[in-house]
Unconditional design. Sequence first.
Length: 388
Amino acid sequence: MKVYLNIFVLIFIFYAGCSNPSHIEVLTIKQDKIKEISNISFDDKSFIDSCLFIPLETSVQSLIGYINQIEIIDNKFFILDERSVRLKVFDHNGKFLYDVGRKGRGPGEYIAPMSFFVNNKEKKIGIIDIAHVHEYNLEGVYLKSISINLGITGVEKATCVGDEIFCYTQIDHEHNMNYMLLSSEDYSLKKRFRPYLVKPKLNMRSSLMVHPYCFFNGKIHYTSLFSDTIFIYENGKEIPYLFIETGKPNVSSRYIESLNLDDPWQVFSRVITNERYSPGLSEFCETDNFILTGLLDLRNFYLWDKKAEKGFRVKYNKLPDLGMPKTVDGNKIVRVWQPEQIQDYQDAIKEGTITCPEPVKTILKGYDPEYHNPILVIYYLSHNSEGV
């Protein structure tokens, strides 16, 4: 164990840069503070206060193909759908309200929206398109478009923080960086950082992480591929924020180089099947009471109770499915049940391979995967897990 702690100290010194370590408090989740649990049930008040199921209205105007991103703004769900090429807005009950922009090449229209963000200070929405950022007010009224030049980089998720737009990006043959910063004034590129260890093949773009960062308490907390450390980006510096003792070292760059691969998914597959190394963290979200972070192997996730200072390593459940959220709001974790996933749940219930409360069965029973829009599932995380 001493070896792993020494490795973490070196990482800490390197990434803290010129900042004073004495003013940085790194939360370390030690192995002896982590309890293995096989599952969490819907009625387990130690973790879940309640659940809310929101079927999104299904109509010609509101039809959704695949949800890329969700943000909750003024108690409304803003949903980016890559298949219909629309940013759609639903109320808190799932009723469709309006589209923000539409596909096209005219004013207020976009070609291939990759992500969007909310500028709370100026009360506007920015949709990141191939060569522009299109601005709208919160009611969906078009304001203006600003040209950008990001190369072929695809933006998976974007958040406005002060005078910067923090973005998680796809890696490609031009840039193998996982994150970048844009100016919130003119959307010019300020910085790319957190390199992936290989560059993909020509014309290949890849995204290996699910929910890689979270905006909480005024700061961005984010993961790094093949690492068990969560970082904060603040004042131009990367600062270690949280470290989880997994019992295995992080994968080394020497090992990655020895694979001699330029396909990110092949590297990903080799790393998560190598028992010598920790697969690293691929998702992170934080609420007032909990930290939830998932392993890159997608078989387990960690829940850390901040008040009780207790950690739990949980196998991914089919139901309830706390892992891989789409967004976080206060103590709410929002998941999306896509039609294919719901069909899988329906089949599993019929076969008796999963169990769930009767109200959930009723919702699933009345759902038609070939017709209905996705269902939003909101988990309200508990205020107390000390009884576990």
